[in-house]
Ligand binder design. Structure first.
Ligand SMILES: *Cc1c(COP(=O)(O)O)cnc(C)c1O
Length: 365
């Protein structure tokens, strides 16, 4: 018998969330961003739910190979482009579209021998200051790239730093529009947050949007809005079972460091999930959790293999009871991953990507 912990992926929820993205941008094509192994969901497990996308965007060439191995013949985009010249051979062989964000990548393409011109996405640095050509260099890069026989259609692309927050995207959009004014080609600027919050603007919809996190059911602008607000459903649940129950007296403590002390008699459960499963150790007393679908709280520190939970609201719970660390419980109750991420002082992206290797996965039908 394996340890009673399981991550479950819901293709139906992924399909639903993807359709929410389409509704937000009915006139644009949608990349499903599946980098980081589909945000920890597993590319192969997520594929069934996401195959309705117009393309898959990712960073890792091996992940691109995995998407092709699933039979996907449509567009695949490398969001960081190639890292070394021989990557271009794989691009040619698998027909991968790739971002070009620096001169070195243009050099590599210029030296690449290919029968078929590559579809490239020329990235502008509009203020994020990670990847891309600065505004004043963008047109020169476009001219040089477009003149290469190795380059086919060139798409114009940039990325927002604040689509989810107060600063917003106006300053970056302005910079992008000015730098690209009059240039031909398709355009792509929006991540999940821009797609949900700013797609009223046709320039934000562009020709392609690139949602990631929202497809997996987390609100990109939590806590301003939650997943229910955007009608997003959890793409993943992390579920464990109770291994033990303890009756505490007033003054008893829980776990390492005795960080929680009962002030009255208390029944607690011990669940088979800890930080070695990817559950954040930064969650402490008060972090939300469901037991038999009833919301309650964590008590004390997260251990490597276990957490303690308050059973006060679930007096019927006992050995084997279902503990939902995030996602959907058997009774249909939902614990949004965003709530757990907040309790840990992080974001849902990190939790999704961190589910550990030792956790078995299942795909719901
Ligand atoms: C990861 C990524 C996205 C998706 O971002 P979300 O916030 O998950 O929607 C879009 N575009 C680029 C370039 C990315 O790297």
């Amino acid at each position: 018998m394996p340890r009673p912990i399981l991550a479950t992926i819901y293709p139906e929820a992924l399909r639903h969330n993807l359709s929410r993205m389409r509704q937000a941008v009915p006139d644009a094509k949608v990349w499903a961003v599946v980098k980081a192994n589909a945000y920890g969901h597993g590319i192969e497990r997520a594929y069934e739910g996401l195959r309705g996308a117009d393309g898959f965007a990712l960073l890792d060439l091996q992940e691109a190979e995995r998407v092709r191995a699933l039979g996907w013949r449509g567009p695949i985009l490398l969001l960081e482009g190639v890292f070394e010249p021989r990557d271009l051979e794989l691009c040619s062989r698998l027909d991968l579209w790739h971002t070009v964000h620096c001169d070195e990548q243009i050099d590599m393409l210029a030296a690449h021998k290919t029968q078929r011109p590559h579809r490239v996405f020329l990235k502008m640095n509009s203020g994020m200051n990670r990847l891309g050509f600065a505004a004043q260099r963008y047109r020169a890069a476009w001219s040089r790239l477009s003149a290469l026989p190795q380059a086919g259609e060139v798409t114009l692309i940039t990325h927002f730093s604040d689509a989810d927050g107060a600063r917003g995207i106006a300053h970056q959009l302005e910079a992008f529009e000015t730098a690209t004014d009059g240039l031909p080609g398709e355009r792509s600027v929006a991540n999940s947050a821009a797609t949900l919050r700013h797609a009223i603007d046709a320039r934000v919809r562009g020709d392609w949007v690139r949602p990631g996190i929202a497809v997996y059911g987390s609100a990109p602008d939590f806590p301003e809005h939650d997943a229910a607000h955007w009608d997003l459903r959890p793409g993943m649940s992390l579920t464990a079972r109770l291994l033990a129950v303890q009756q505490l007296a007033a003054g008893d403590t829980v776990g390492y460091g005795s960080s929680f002390t009962a002030d009255a008699p208390l029944t607690i459960g011990i669940a088979a999930c800890g930080y070695a499963d990817g559950y954040p150790r930064h969650c402490g007393t008060g972090a939300p959790v469901l037991v038999d679908g009833v919301r309650t709280r964590l008590l004390g520190r997260v251990s490597m293999d276990m957490v303690a939970v308050d059973l006060t609201p679930v007096p019927g719970a006992g050995f084997g009871s279902e503990v939902t660390l995030w996602g959907r419980a058997t009774n249909g109750a939902v614990l949004p991953i965003d709530d757990v991420a907040r309790a840990a002082g992080t974001i849902a992206y990190e939790l999704m990507c961190a589910v550990a290797q030792r956790v078995p996965f299942a795909v719901a039908d």
